[in-house]
Ligand binder design. Sequence first.
Ligand SMILES: Cc1cc2nc3c(=O)[nH]c(=O)nc-3n(C[C@H](O)[C@H](O)[C@H](O)COP(=O)(O)OP(=O)(O)OC[C@H]3O[C@@H](n4cnc5c(N)ncnc54)[C@H](O)[C@@H]3O)c2cc1C
Length: 305
Amino acid sequence: MTTHAPHVPHAWDSAQGSQGPRAAQSVTLPASLDEAVAALTAMPAAVPVAGGTDLMAAVNAGQLRPAALVGLGRINEIRGWQYQDGHALLGAGLTHARMGRPDFAALIPALAAAARAAGPPQIRNAGTLGGNIATAAPTGDALPVLAALEAVLVIVGPEGSREIPVSYLLAGREMLRPGELIGFVRVPLLHAPQVFLKATGRTGPGRAVASVGLVLDPARRGVRCAIGAVAPMPLRPLEAEQWVASLIDWDAGRSLAPEALEAFGEYVAAACVPDQGEPVAPGVLHLRRTVAVLARRALGRALTS
Ligand SMILES: Cc1cc2nc3c(=O)[nH]c(=O)nc-3n(C[C@H](O)[C@H](O)[C@H](O)COP(=O)(O)OP(=O)(O)OC[C@H]3O[C@@H](n4cnc5c(N)ncnc54)[C@H](O)[C@@H]3O)c2cc1C
């Protein structure tokens, strides 16, 4: 099986019970995306590895056993970003540490905030944007931000390149085909406040219990918001977005009444954490409360930034 789909298991074999992790038979280190695609195409059992923070954790846990690896760490063309028609074209090899720096934060503040929240420093130094997307874990911190930004993936493969909305990949509507890699992520430059917030259920770094990416899009008089970690993919509360955007006075300091902020939080929470029958379980109530607070705070901060 060579198709690499979200949720990791690309071309890996499952490790057999007591065998434990085993080293890959071969490791290739291409210097360009084209070479990486060629290597993956030539070795259908090979799996790409970027920072290895997700992939090696699975190997070390004995869950996966690579036949061969194609390392992406030497591909300079995907380690930075460039500007393109009001957008930023982000390389899939950008590390969380790089995205957390001030120059990147000035461009895409919510993605920088998500990158700063993604695990401890050693993980942020190695873990990449492309790996975060391809793993597609519900707790992936970049994912709600990319969903709110309506980011588009530039996929490179043996047939050339193609573009798909990030939400298609995360929802399983599109998969990476054999030999394909995420090369770049196209993100609009909105020049307006945007916020990422994350609740972890503990102090210090940790995986999200719930997260929110929220961006203002003044040109379209829009509020776009995605909730992470409460479902297998980020959820967009579209009705709540449209409702609150219609209440904002876009021409006079983007003001909004406190009651409307409160109601937005509740609206988002009800949309993203639905009832599962009566009585509502305490865990569901707590999660809904958490989401309501995150959404309210995120919009409040965006409107007062
Ligand atoms: C201790 C620990 C804490 C963590 N905390 C967080 C956290 O708080 N928030 C968070 O979001 N994540 C967290 N992570 C998860 C992980 O660090 C991120 O998901 C990271 O972004 C993965 O990137 P990577 O480059 O290490 O991916 P890798 O491990 O190299 O690859 C992951 C998967 O993506 C595939 N892949 C990688 N790059 C590409 C590409 N360009 N095209 C196609 N497929 C590709 C690989 O084949 C593999 O299937 C944590 C991980 C650990 C071990």
